[in-house]
Design a binder for this molecule. Structure first.
Ligand code: PMP
Length: 429
């Protein structure tokens, strides 16, 4: 066992005081699915409804002005957080899934940028959110969906294979920044540069990156980047689509119509609002956006910013990785933590224990108050076709975890495996 790693000075997360059925503190190791929320965010959400609630952009009255200001302020915070050039490049959506679908439909279908024979490139390791929308759009447009394989050594995207797939037919490359199963950090700047060489556009699914490390959309150079508020201490119901102004403005046509997104409406046609409202039809998740802004303030101000969080999680992630890899019978998926390939992993381990079903494992651990996830983690093709398993168990960390949580987890894991008729033995050093 390594030295003790305390959690960051995270303040109050009321839910982390919750007890399991035996009165023990719940150890939450499922933040890759969704993070827990600090008091600052809970109060921002209830504060909005207590003091400022009204619909945005429409009313002349005081509350509507306050609500609009709070909502638009949140947009500015998101823009700065991602280092977007302008806040008008930030579109609020319900979640990352909706953000990806917005690009697929508004750019691919409505604006006619994808045609028969055009190619869309994703990877074999994508979350369903970055796979299924492209399957749907490919079917509609006659475009062809292709998949970057994994490099067998690095367990990250095979960049040489990717290069060979590119041609004048490639219109779009859509890949995850951080793998939600394999835990890798992909060099998305390099992928973007390579894709741009053939004139393809790039969408980065940064759901598992934005909560954990500094992300800079201008540095990456991608056309679009998406994330979800709920994985970064924000509420559910709010996500973000960053898009380069030129692309959002000139190369995407709205696909959801209604209020908020129009300039003028006639009985038979309409003109559309400026950015970003053109893609925000209907009443948005106002309170959730405001609380998302509070989550960004919390990460920046209370936790010392993303660099600090990244350094902390790197240390804790290593402890998780080493704690699990000490067992002979455990297979952790994704790149090895220690490698000379310049690869980085995040604080997330999807794994299997030889001879034990991952859902049995998660159920047994739950009896001990340990919350991990099991299943295919919305990456069924990766599990079925590449890892050749039906599912895996996954433990994932965030700012409120400590090495004590990981010790509780591995201690309970040894007992759970024994109770399920298996055994965990220590690998020789
Ligand atoms: N992409 C990745 C890599 C994810 O981990 C997730 C969330 N599990 C999503 C997309 C989808 O996020 P949401 O469900 O919030 O839209």
């Amino acid at each position: 066992k390594g030295g003790e790693i305390s959690a960051l000075d995270f303040g109050s997360f009321p839910i982390l005081e919750e007890k399991d059925h035996e009165g023990k503190r719940i150890v939450y190791l499922d933040s890759a699915a969704t993070s827990q929320k600090p008091m600052q965010v809970i109060e921002a959400l209830s504060g909005f409804y207590k003091h400022d609630n009204a619909n945005v952009h429409r009313g002349a009255h005081l509350l509507s002005q306050r609500a609009t200001e709070a909502f638009e302020n949140a947009r500015v915070k998101v823009a700065r957080f991602l280092n977007a050039e302008k806040e008008t490049e930030i579109v609020f959506t319900r979640n990352a899934t909706e953000a990806i679908n917005t690009v697929a439909y508004a750019w691919g279908l409505m604006a006619g940028n994808l045609k028969t024979g055009d190619e869309i490139i994703v990877s074999v390791a994508e979350h369903h959110a970055n796979l299924v929308p492209w399957q749907l759009i490919a079917k509609r447009t006659g475009a062809v969906l292709r998949h970057i394989p994994l490099d067998s050594v690095s367990q990250t995207l095979d960049i040489e294979a990717f290069r060979k797939m590119l041609s004048g037919k490639t219109k779009l490359v859509a890949v995850a920044y951080v793998g939600n199963v394999l835990g890798y950090v992909q060099d998305v700047k390099r992928i973007t540069e390579i894709a741009h060489e053939v004139g393809a556009y790039v969408l980065i699914d940064a759901c598992q990156a934005v909560p954990h490390m500094p992300v800079d959309v201008q540095d990456i150079g991608c056309e679009w980047l998406v994330a979800s508020g709920h994985k970064m201490c924000g509420p559910t119901g709010i996500g973000v689509l960053f898009g380069k102004e030129r692309v959002l403005k000139k190369e995407m046509a709205p696909f959801l119509g209604g209020g908020e997104m129009i300039a003028e409406v006639f009985l038979d046609h309409s003109t559309f609002a400026d950015l970003p409202h053109k893609f925000e039809a209907g009443t948005p998740s106002i309170g959730d956006a405001v609380a998302f802004g509070a989550a960004i303030d919390y990460l920046n101000e209370n936790l010392g910013g993303m660099k600090h969080i990244h350094t902390f999680e790197h240390q804790l992630g290593l402890y998780l990785y080493e704690s699990l890899s000490q067992f002979r019978e455990v297979t952790i998926y994704g790149p090895p933590w220690h490698n000379d390939l310049g690869l980085e992993r995040v604080g997330l381990c999807a794994f299997n224990v030889r001879g034990i079903h991952p859902s049995d494992l998660a159920t047994m651990l739950d009896l001990d108050g340990i919350a991990i996830r099991s299943g295919h983690h919305c990456a069924q093709p990766l599990h079925r076709d590449i890892l050749k398993v039906n599912g895996s168990a996954r433990a994932s960390l965030y700012v409120y975890n400590s090495s004590a949580d990981i010790d509780a987890f591995t201690g309970a894991l040894v007992e759970a495996v024994a109770a399920l008729g298996g055994e965990l033995t220590i690998r020789p050093a």
